[in-house]
Design a protein around this ligand. Sequence first.
Ligand code: AMP
Length: 216
Amino acid sequence: MNIILLGPPGAGKGTQARILVETTGFVQLSTGDMLRAAVAAGTEVGRKAKAVMEAGQLVSDDIVIGVVSDRLDEPDTRAGVIFDGFPRTAAQAEALDRLLAEKGLTLDAAISMEVDDELLVDRVSGRYICAACGEGYHDRYKKPAQEGVCDACGGTEFNRRADDNAETVRARLVAYHADTAPLIDYYTGTGKLKTVDGMAEIDEVTRAIRRALGPG
Ligand code: AMP
């Protein structure tokens, strides 16, 4: 099964993608994670993407589509893919349709995670992840059971993303509304759109996604 998690920054796409990976065996394809890894590794893609990401703007379609195309050539994606943060523009959505068709794959659903804009800056600016395993936390909404220790792996180092500050989050929201929100209409048109309430508790959102995906 191949599914897209669609929603603004802070909607919970990464959190839900990680949960789905554990329960389904699908792979998470996060273009944000892949681009951050490219920046950290200092690759050509990373050099081109760095300043754009720091400004909260969208990296060019060509770069992102190239990264996704390469990733889809890896055999583990045949187990099913959860697209997290991709596609983000109409050109990317069309490219994804093309890439999937070329590889004999289909898109099963695009899950739109609906959240109130006013809460997003707060959600995003309080979040951090375990440096060792990537488990996500939040200053207020999801603290580790024992302060300073990751629930998932016991790690004690945590990272905050450079672009998770209030100013950059606002720029990312502008980009979302201008370029990504129109994809809701695109996937309504293809009959793939399912909507879930992203404001609910994490477990409830997971259940809503499972209901939206149907049995099996
Ligand atoms: P994310 O981790 O999904 O919030 O992405 C972080 C940043 O990476 C975004 O603000 C963009 O600068 C860039 N990015 C990630 N995915 C895409 C994409 N599909 N298209 C363009 N830029 C992207």
